[in-house]
Design a protein around this ligand. Structure first.
Ligand SMILES: Cc1ncc(COP(=O)(O)O)c(C=O)c1O
Length: 496
């Protein structure tokens, strides 16, 4: 087999970015800068690991990240190659203007986090996070958008940074009635997705002498947003009852904490619900130590077994900054989320937003307000809840049929994904995810969610965007991709 002489520069163990991401980023940069040309052969994971002095699984993870982002392609028995789909960047000749050489820019560190990967069309996304866009009530949204514009062209002017007044009112009413969060329209700020709310909270809550505690198995886009504000983050363990409040007790005994970020309803990525005693303990600690609990309730509506658990904000809205989104209910592309917090937090967040985004898209916001008020969203939620519960059951059925003995899991009570432990002997979650991608199915290994970026034997498997027949095919591909060091036995799965 041919060998590649290319070697990326060594990753820095001191950096906060995990080693595998540093390597992937370096290779992507070299592809972008044409150091590596389309079709060029990359070193194997073994060569890469040896050359960079990293563990083999780190090299495998870096290559699979590149594969997931479409930078490289694999050819069975030949190796990994730079994707051919990157066209040569030719300088555009504008009349007789000379083409200037690239000026060197002295950009301050740190570089921004990775761009969002685009999933190739022939890859089945067995990943959590997005709803099935094919179910979206698009016609109703289009009509509502047209009506919003026709009734009030003022919505196209500069609007208030807190968002469309009507949407704030409708959201507040629904939050009060359905989730028992004591809030009126003034206490709600509409944001572009929860990501903006998290970013703004990062700015408001970062403090040079205090830390922000986060779930050590958790949501990287939030950590990245907080870090952009200079926040020092401390990861806390997560177990079968959710965030470890005991570990938080230990942290507050030695550090000043300005905020705790948590996903109590369906912990991201494990899907467990924070237990009642821990909820009460967390809120009591927040009062005692004067920190804010950032509650990311990204997935309230998708609860299948029993009733959804009411948010922390319904118990003590004083210490909670509550973040919600319509990304899971309607579509992430709408970029409609919201923040509920006490006035001094909300006003500071709005003040910062003014300089980034001025205000949101008030026409879309008005249209969404109408869909909420007319129960179009409500009907859609009730329908998709049934659809997604069925898809969860399909995934559980297929995994039990094809991968019993290789994966162990508990069916989640809600959410859009399932957290499974890899029990196949000698199989790493990274290697399995990488070979799954070669079989054209995308799954996320645990490393992606770990604060320390290390490998651990779990996969997160999402079911919402795939129909049952697609789930069947995705699981068949996942089974085919199971590294050959292991063969699934017929043992049934249970527990974690
Ligand atoms: C934990 C978590 N929070 C928030 C979001 C939603 O993000 P946004 O509202 O910015 O689309 C997601 C989406 O994947 C998520 O997984």
């Amino acid at each position: 087999m041919a060998r590649s002489s290319y070697r990326p520069k060594r990753p820095e163990a001191r950096e906060e970015t995990p080693l595998f991401l540093q390597i992937a980023r370096q290779v992507a940069d070299d592809i972008r800068r044409r150091v590596l040309r389309p079709g060029a052969l990359l070193p194997s994971s073994r060569e890469l690991a040896l050359a960079l002095g990293v563990h083999r699984s780190t090299a495998v993870a870096a290559l699979s990240e590149l594969l997931a982002q479409g930078w490289v392609q694999t050819q069975p028995r030949r190796g990994t190659f730079v994707s051919e789909r990157f066209p040569e960047e030719r300088p555009r000749h504008l009349g007789k203007l000379p083409v200037l050489p690239r000026a060197a820019l002295d950009l301050p560190e740190p570089p921004p986090p990775e761009p969002f990967p685009v999933i190739p069309a022939d890859v089945l996304p067995l990943v959590g996070g997005t709803p099935d866009h094919r179910l979206m009530p698009a016609a109703e949204l289009a009509r509502a958008y047209r009506r919003a514009l026709a009734r009030s062209s003022r919505l196209l002017g500069y609007g208030p940074e807190h968002g469309d007044a009507k949407l704030r009112e409708v959201l507040a009413a629904q939050l009060r009635e359905v989730r028992h969060v004591p809030v009126d329209a003034d206490g709600v700020m509409v944001t572009r997705g929860s990501q903006m709310a998290l970013f703004l909270l990062g700015r408001v809550l970062s403090h040079p002498e205090r830390v922000i505690a986060v779930e050590g198995l958790g949501y990287r886009p939030c950590w990245d947003a907080f870090r952009l504000s200079g926040a020092r983050l401390v990861p806390l363990p997560v177990d079968g009852e959710g965030l470890s409040v005991m570990a938080l007790e230990e942290l507050v005994a030695r550090e000043r904490v300005s905020a705790v970020y948590t996903t109590p309803h369906h912990q991201y990525p494990t899907t467990v619900t924070l237990t009642a005693p821990r909820r009460l303990q967390l809120l009591a600690m927040a009062r005692r130590h004067g920190f804010v609990v950032v509650e990311d309730d990204y997935d309230y509506e998708h609860h299948y077994d029993g009733r959804a658990v009411l948010p922390l904000a319904s118990v003590d809205a004083d210490v909670v900054a509550y973040v919600g989104t319509l990304s899971k209910v309607l579509a992430p592309g709408l970029r409609v989320g919201y923040l509920v917090a006490r006035p001094e937090v909300l006003e500071r967040a709005a003040g910062i937003r003014r300089f980034v985004d001025r205000a949101g898209d008030h026409v879309v916001e008005r249209a969404v307000a109408e869909l909420l008020e007319d129960d179009v969203v409500g009907r859609h939620v009730r329908r998709t809840r049934r659809v997604y519960a069925e898809r969860r059951d399909s995934l559980v059925y297929e995994l039990t049929r094809k991968l019993a003995g290789a994966l162990s899991f508990r069916a989640p009570a809600g959410g859009m994904a399932l957290w499974a432990r890899v029990t196949a002997p000698g199989v790493s979650s990274d290697a399995w995810a990488a070979s799954a991608l070669e079989q054209r199915v995308l799954v996320h290994p645990a490393r992606r969610f770990r604060f320390d970026g290390r490998e651990s034997p779990h996969l997160r498997l999402g079911f919402a965007p795939l129909r049952p027949e697609e789930i069947r095919e995705a699981v068949a591909r996942l089974a085919r991709a199971l590294p050959s060091t292991s063969r699934p036995s017929a043992r049934s799965t249970a527990g974690r």
